[in-house]
Design a protein around this ligand. Structure first.
Ligand SMILES: [Zn+2]
Length: 67
């Protein structure tokens, strides 16, 4: 008996968004995969999307320094 996990290899599921031409809103790096599927807005953009590095560097919670 073996237990099959829903996600193979124990890796997080990622969506391939390389065909969408999304670039990081912070550093401009092309974003090829995301842990979620972005939704296009009415203005034709996907809103602010950050690459993996910038996501990691942003404060996880609190400590927001907008403006
Ligand atoms: Zn970035």
């Amino acid at each position: 008996m073996s237990f099959d996990k829903p996600f193979g290899g124990g890796q997080r599921q990622v969506h391939d968004v390389s065909s969408l031409g999304i670039v990081c809103a912070n550093c401009g790096t092309a974003v090829a995969e995301l842990p979620f599927m972005p939704t296009k807005r009415m203005d034709g953009t996907y809103g602010k999307i950050f690459c993996r590095e910038c996501n990691r560097n942003r404060a996880p919670r609190g400590n927001f320094r907008n403006q």
